[in-house]
Design a protein around this ligand. Structure first.
Ligand code: ATP
Ligand code: MG
Length: 429
């Protein structure tokens, strides 16, 4: 029988890589917490209807990319392809709007889309996202953008560009839609097949087609910014002014669109120069119509999602992962010594140190070699003699200084040891 491998488009995140993920999560958690965003966790699968209504049947995500299956009760379920629909469902279901005011929420987790796998594009991937529900204020748009840029900057990422657009409100878009159809119709035969299909169904989406021929035609299409009514224009100008006040630079990109009725006003993407074809690390915008579309009380909202695999790729280019720091590596040989070593390592952890127990049972020489490789500050050595006397040899790795000490004394000197270890750490880093 052959061995079983992970499914195409899925990946194991191995311990050697996990430090990048944990760093992203820790930084995001810190920044989001300070901005009073609260985490929400929703199920990984939902009724298929939720995504059809919440993302839109005319999108690639719903039209082509969903993992949809019938359960044993013949209900249609779908693995979530993104986070917003589930969060909004939960917001409505639990009456979060009734708690009054603005809800600032964030989430992270696996998403599923049936796509052609390539660097930065998988079938199971991970997003971190925020949703601010209950504010139509342009400051909410600016706040979420500022938080995204803060997270990316704190991670040390460079060469990022914020692309910004407004898709206006429903009336603006209806006028623009007609202008776009009028412009594109004479080129119909030159558009790629997907775009031909969208010409009547969802013409705005033609603007972000990845087909080169279509892009060349779309380049000279009318700009949505010329179709914004007074209200939309004011909202957009305020967002831009607030970004300037925040010191966040941006580029206007009138071809950045979301084609569905419940997307309104601000649309944005953060793009990296260092990722090749899959360059968008963050996508977001305002969706004032979605809560009502899903059956809730009409509620303005704005949010974004960051693709975490792409962030990890950028971090890997930037720096080698820092090794976790280890206080004690415990080596032992002989039956009594080995059990005493287990107990000692456990006691050291209970008083706050990190300690790794060598489980190999191999010769001391091999265990010492592993201690060297572990990057530990100190090594604890137990052989027959130490086991007999309830002592342990304490060896400092940098100075190679070594002395015997009673196990009980070692545990009694916790504060002194902690200071010594901290001092050695600052010397070596
Ligand atoms: P793209 O144009 O790259 O397909 P999208 O518009 O489908 O992106 P969104 O739905 O806005 O992407 O998702 C937000 C972010 O999630 C993207 O900018 C990207 O970083 C990440 N993302 C989306 N799909 C995938 C995927 N299949 N694999 C890895 N990351 C993804
Ligand atoms: Mg996509």
């Amino acid at each position: 029988m052959g061995t079983i491998q992970a499914l195409r488009g899925t990946r194991d995140i191995l311990p050697d890589e996990i430090g990048y993920w944990q760093r992203i999560e820790a930084i995001a958690r810190d920044i989001l917490g300070k901005a009073t965003y609260r985490e929400i966790r929703t199920p990984i699968f939902e009724q298929t209807d939720l995504f059809e209504r919440g993302i839109g049947e005319a999108t690639d995500v719903v039209g082509k990319e969903m993992y949809t299956f019938k359960d044993k009760g013949d209900r249609s379920n779908t693995l979530r392809p993104e986070g917003t629909a589930g969060v909004v469902r939960s917001y409505i279901e639990h009456g979060l709007h009734a708690q009054g005011g603005v809800q600032r929420l964030w989430y992270t987790g696996a998403m599923f889309r049936y796509e052609r796998p390539q660097a930065g594009r998988q079938r199971q991937f991970h997003q971190l996202g925020v949703e601010v529900l209950g504010s139509a204020d342009p400051r909410a748009d600016a706040e979420v953008i500022a938080i995204a840029t803060d997270i990316l900057r704190t991670l040390g990422l460079k060469n990022l560009h914020l692309n910004l657009n407004s898709v206006g409100n429903l009336e603006d878009r209806q006028r623009y839609r007609q202008a776009l159809i009028d412009y594109l119709t004479p080129y119909k035969d030159e558009l790629d097949p997907d775009s031909q299909d969208r010409l009547t169904r969802n013409p705005l989406r033609i603007l972000d087609s990845k087909d080169e021929g279509t892009q060349a035609i779309a380049k000279d299409a009318p700009s949505i910014l010329d179709y914004l009514g007074a209200d939309s224009q004011r909202h957009f100008e305020q967002v831009q002014q607030l970004l300037t006040d925040l010191g966040i630079s941006y580029e206007l990109n009138p071809r950045l669109v979301r084609g569905l009725d419940y997307y309104t006003h601000t649309a944005f993407e953060i793009i990296s120069d260092d990722l090749g074809a899959q360059a968008t690390v963050c996508g977001g915008g305002r969706y004032d119509g979605l809560v009502a579309q899903l059956g809730g009380v009409d509620t303005p909202a704005v949010g974004w999602a960051i693709g975490l695999e792409r962030l990890v790729l950028l971090l890997q280019q930037l720096q080698a992962q820092t090794l976790p720091v280890l206080d004690f590596y415990v080596v032992s040989r002989g039956t009594n010594a080995e059990s005493q070593a287990l107990v000692l390592a456990n006691k050291l952890r209970n008083v706050g140190f990190s300690a790794e127990l060598d489980l190999s049972g191999s010769a001391f020489k091999k265990q010492f070699a592993r201690a060297d490789k572990s990057g530990t500050v100190a090594c604890l050595i137990l052989g027959d003699e130490e086991a007999e006397n309830n002592t342990v040899k304490l060896k400092w790795m940098v100075s190679k200084e070594q002395n015997a000490i009673a196990q009980a004394d070692l545990l009694a000197k916790v504060d002194e040891l902690r200071d010594q270890i901290a001092a050695l750490r600052t010397e070596t880093t």
